[in-house]
Design a protein around this ligand. Structure first.
Ligand code: SAM
Length: 259
C-alpha cells in the first residue's frame, strides 16, 4: 500500500501548523510514511467576504455552514489523488472514536477529514458527501479541527513503520483490549519511592507475567467495560478474582476515592 493520505478541509488551516509538526506525526511526514494536506474551505467560496456560513432556515441561534463550498471543495480535493477517499465529517453526533475505529481508519488509503464550525454543517453535506460521521467523545467542541488532529495522530501511530517497534502499538492501552501496565524509568528510587522490585530483576518472563497481571488489575479497576470484552485465560480470571478480593479486603473501610 502506498503512504496513506490525509486531506483536511477547514476554515482555520493555520491551526494545524504546530500540532501536526511535532513528534511522531512529524517524523512520519518527514519519512514519507503519511501524506498530509490541509485545505482552506474558503478557497471554494465566490464572494468578496469568502462566506462559508448563513442563517439557519427555520430560525434559531447561530450560523450554519453552507453546502456549496463543501461540495466544491470535496470535488476538487477528491481529484487531487487517484485513490478514492473515505470522507469523514467530524461531528459530536458521529460514531465515537475508539481504537477499533482507529484501526479501521488506518486500513484506508485516503481519508478526507471535514471540520465543521458554528452550529454545524448543512445536513446535505452529511447526507450526500460524508461516508462517515465521527465524534471524539460526548462533549461539544467549537470546531472539528482539534478532533481532526486527534484522528490524524491516532491513525498515524498505526501506519506500518511509523512506530519504532510494531510491538509498541500492540502494547499500548487498548492494543490488546486492555489498559497498559504501569511504566517506570530511572532513578530506581526517587524521594524514597522505589520502583517494583521485579522490574529490576532482569527476569524477562517474570516481568512479562507481572505486567500482564498489572494490565488485568488496572483494567478491572478502571475500565471493567473493556475487561468484559477481553479474552482472558481461566488462570488469568482466577488470579484476577483473587487479586480483586484481596484488594477489597485491604481497602475495606477506606474512603471511596482512596487508591
Ligand atoms: C459547536 S459544534 C456544532 C454542534 C452541533 N450544533 C450539534 O449539537 O451537534 C461545531 C463543530 O465542531 C465539531 N465538533 C464538535 N464536537 C465534536 C466532537 N465531539 N467530535 C468531533 N467533532 C466535534 C464538528 O465539526 C461540529 O460541526
Amino acid at each position: 500500500m502506498s503512504s496513506p493520505r490525509f486531506d483536511i478541509i477547514t476554515i482555520f488551516p493555520g491551526m494545524f501548523a504546530g500540532p501536526l509538526d511535532y513528534s511522531i506525526v512529524r517524523r512520519a511526514r518527514d519519512a514519507g510514511l503519511i501524506e498530509l494536506h490541509v485545505h482552506d474551505l474558503r478557497d471554494w467560496t465566490h464572494d468578496r467576504h469568502r462566506t462559508v456560513d448563513d442563517y439557519p432556515f427555520g430560525g434559531g441561534a447561530g450560523m450554519v455552514m453552507k453546502a456549496p463550498p463543501w461540495f466544491e471543495a470535496l470535488e476538487a480535493v477528491r481529484a487531487m489523488d487517484s485513490r478514492p477517499p473515505h470522507v469523514v465529517l467530524l461531528s459530536p453526533q458521529g460514531r465515537t472514536l475508539e481504537q477499533a475505529l482507529v484501526r479501521e481508519l488506518a486500513a484506508r488509503e485516503r481519508l478526507v477529514l471535514c471540520c465543521g464550525h458554528y452550529e454545524g454543517v448543512d445536513e446535505r453535506v452529511r447526507e450526500r458527501l460524508a461516508d462517515a460521521e465521527l465524534s471524539i467523545g460526548d462533549y461539544v467542541l467549537s470546531g472539528g479541527e482539534t478532533a481532526a488532529m486527534v484522528v490524524v495522530d491516532a491513525v498515524t501511530r498505526l501506519v506500518p513503520g511509523v512506530l519504532g517497534s510494531a510491538a509498541s502499538a500492540a502494547d499500548d492501552s487498548f492494543g490488546g483490549g486492555l489498559l497498559e501496565y504501569p511504566q517506570y524509568t530511572r532513578p530506581a528510587v526517587y524521594r524514597g519511592w522505589s520502583v517494583p522490585e521485579i522490574l529490576l530483576s532482569g527476569h524477562h518472563q517474570r516481568i512479562a507475567g507481572w505486567r500482564r497481571q498489572q494490565q488485568l488489575l488496572r483494567t478491572a479497576l478502571r475500565r471493567p467495560d473493556l475487561l468484559a470484552r477481553a479474552s482472558l485465560s481461566v488462570a488469568e480470571r482466577g488470579w484476577l478474582e483473587a487479586a480483586l478480593r484481596e484488594r477489597a479486603l485491604e481497602t475495606e473501610g477506606e474512603p471511596d476515592d482512596a487508591h
